[in-house]
Design a binder for this molecule. Structure first.
Ligand SMILES: Cc1cc2nc3c(=O)[nH]c(=O)nc-3n(C[C@H](O)[C@H](O)[C@H](O)COP(=O)(O)OP(=O)(O)OC[C@H]3O[C@@H](n4cnc5c(N)ncnc54)[C@H](O)[C@@H]3O)c2cc1C
Ligand SMILES: NC(=O)c1ccc[n+]([C@@H]2O[C@H](COP(=O)([O-])OP(=O)(O)OC[C@H]3O[C@@H](n4cnc5c(N)ncnc54)[C@H](OP(=O)(O)O)[C@@H]3O)[C@@H](O)[C@H]2O)c1
Length: 517
């Protein structure tokens, strides 16, 4: 482990606000807070976040441009129905950052390794003090110290700020690796074959990636977007006589979507409009709305059934045993829908992709083994098992905040998905998922900037905690896969509430904002 040397003095800066991370969320926050001249600490040497660090050569946006857009900065060719490549997405972010002149705030190669709060050290005081802290977001004196490690040195530099905005992302950086019993982990296989996570695969250039997969028995673990894109790259590297089929280990089949204009249209009408939200329950709804949702539930189920029939007609899910056991709408409400590349089922039809359903699996010396006692030989096993965003946060947050952060249900209890009422002077941008992730981060950055500028007041800390926990309880009860902070079925309503709370814009402009997103 590298030893840090701590510089003795604190770096004095004119900035009151620190932003950690320069992905889409950090850049959005920097734009909205630019009048405070923030410092943005970015661990890598460029902006873009996951689009730079954990996208493959073939990665594309999963949605159309309009659904991944800053309301203040439309894509140049926003009506183009094709899916933009990762380079297009990075260009778009760069144009936004240049247009609003935010690059000047960023310190690259600057990794935040520790945060210290020195505003109030007693845990017991936090609840009482939280209201005081949120009433005046900028107190006129620093309360957070940030330790930053730069690439060119092992030494830490300490900075002090009045407010910290954490935008380090829910994905990327720290892989989620499955746990195994003794003698069933990768160590017994590694002499024979290779085990890696998609985060390592992303670092390979096109040739090296193809070389790794070509002519090898490859097993990809996972059936979400990273896994789906990866097996297609694997199938493409294995064309011809010497090619080998690539096996995909599927634990939970979720609904997947084709990039097809009719699906896009149906999805837009049934799931993203104001009237479509009428059909769906949302947190903190009135008794009247609860009754309305109950009466409309046959329509809601009918729509879900219709979408399922469309997908079963369009994609060979039955043929490959990939028809989910749950309803389509349950995947939408949990932000679990992945778009499959055009070649995915075409390659499966050619026999280049093989599916293996398995609730559990582990390694043996020549490959992997499943609960049904079957064994599969492998040369390469790639874990497309996702990322541990919570662990990433915990590496920098100090106690007692670190323990508070994943309460309850292992999810973050964030008011407006942006502040933890009991973590003073800190906000989190990018900890929300929906149909439009960029719009969601942008709106919350606007909300945060207005909060910091004292354009509106928050409810008391007690009320915020209570409201947030009530929302989470609702989500836990109504959403089958409650693993992500997903608001896709009530995003327009949530946008209205946020706009109202921050007393922002006329009703007409607010509607315009809702519709753009
Ligand atoms: C491969 C991939 C593709 C995706 N595609 C889509 C899509 O098509 N549509 C969609 O809606 N969503 C997509 N997502 C979700 C995506 O996470 C969000 O859309 C969005 O890009 C997240 O941006 P972010 O800024 O919140 O986080 P990130 O992009 O993760 O950015 C976080 C930044 O913080 C930096 N950082 C981390 N820790 C530190 C530290 N300690 N100190 C300093 N800097 C730090 C990182 O280097 C990084 O630059 C995708 C995610 C992945 C992984
Ligand atoms: N735009 C793009 O093209 C693109 C590309 C890649 C990623 N992304 C986005 O990036 C985010 C992360 O996606 P991701 O695919 O990397 O991760 P993910 O969504 O967290 O999916 C992880 C997958 O691994 C499976 N898994 C985890 N542990 C397992 C185990 N022990 N055994 C078997 N299976 C296991 C999960 O199965 P269960 O469902 O059973 O848990 C799931 O299928 C998502 O938001 C995604 O949309 C987008």
């Amino acid at each position: 482990m590298a030893h840090h040397c701590e510089s003795t003095s604190l770096v004095i800066s004119n900035s009151k606000i620190a932003i950690i991370g320069a992905g889409f969320s950090g850049i959005a926050a920097a734009k909205q807070l630019c009048h405070h001249n923030p410092i943005v600490f970015e661990a890598s040497d460029s902006i873009g976040g996951v689009w730079k660090s954990c996208a493959y050569n073939s990665t594309k946006l999963q949605s159309t441009r309009k659904n991944y857009e800053f309301a203040e900065f439309p894509w140049p060719n926003r009506d183009d129905p094709t899916l933009p490549s990762k380079l297009d997405v990075l260009d778009y972010l760069e144009s936004y950052a240049k247009h609003f002149d935010v690059l000047k705030f960023i310190k690259f190669n600057s990794k935040v390794v520790e945060l210290r709060f020195f505003g109030c050290s007693e845990t017991t005081e936090l609840f009482g003090n939280a209201g005081y802290y949120w009433n005046r977001p900028l107190l006129g004196q620093p309360v957070w110290e940030i330790a930053v490690q730069t690439n060119d040195s092992n030494c830490l530099k300490w900075y002090a700020f009045e407010f910290v905005v954490v935008c380090i992302g829910q994905y990327g950086d720290i892989p989620k690796i499955p746990k195994f019993l003794n003698n069933k982990g990768p160590e017994i296989f590694e002499g024979k074959g290779k085990v890696l996570h998609t985060i390592d695969y992303c670092k390979l250039n096109k040739d090296a990636a193809s070389q790794l997969l070509k002519g090898k028995k490859v097993v990809v673990v996972g059936y979400k977007k990273s896994a789906i894109d990866l097996v297609v790259e694997c199938a493409q590297a294995n064309q011809g006589d010497e090619g080998q089929p690539c096996t995909m280990v599927v634990r939970t089949p979720h609904w997947v979507a084709p990039h097809h204009w009719l699906f896009g249209l149906l999805f837009f009408i049934f799931y993203t409009t104001r009237s479509s939200e009428l059909l769906r329950k949302r947190p903190n709804q009135t008794v009247f709305r609860t009754l309305l949702c109950y009466l409309l539930s046959p329509v809601r189920r009918g729509v879900s059934k219709f979408m399922e029939s469309f997908l079963l007609w369009k994609l060979p899910l039955n043929k490959y045993g990939l028809k989910p056991d749950h309803r389509f709408e349950e995947d939408i409400a949990s932000c679990m829908l992945a778009t499959v590349p055009e070649d995915f089922f075409a390659e499966a039809n050619k026999g280049n992709i093989v599916f293996k359903r398995a609730a559990e699996w582990w390694f043996w010396k020549e490959g992997i083994e499943f609960t049904d006692k079957t064994k599969m030989k492998a040369d390469v096993v790639i874990l497309a098992t996702g990322y541990d965003g919570m662990k990433k946060l915990k590496t920098i947050l100090p106690e007692p905040f670190c323990s508070m952060i994943e309460y309850p249900y292992g999810m973050m209890a964030l008011y407006r998905h942006t502040i933890h009422p009991l973590i003073p002077k800190m906000a989190f941008v990018g900890y929300i998922e929906s149909v439009s992730n960029v719009g969601a981060s942008e709106l919350r950055s606007i909300w945060l900037a207005r909060l910091i500028d004292e354009k509106f007041k928050l409810p008391s800390a007690e009320n915020m905690v209570e409201k947030t926990l009530r929302e989470m309880e609702f989500m836990r009860k109504t959403i089958r896969f409650y693993q992500r902070p997903c608001i896709s079925t009530f995003e327009i309503n949530e946008t209205d509430q946020i706009c109202e709370e921050m007393r922002w814009l006329s009703k007409a402009s607010r509607q315009d904002y809702s519709q753009k997103n």
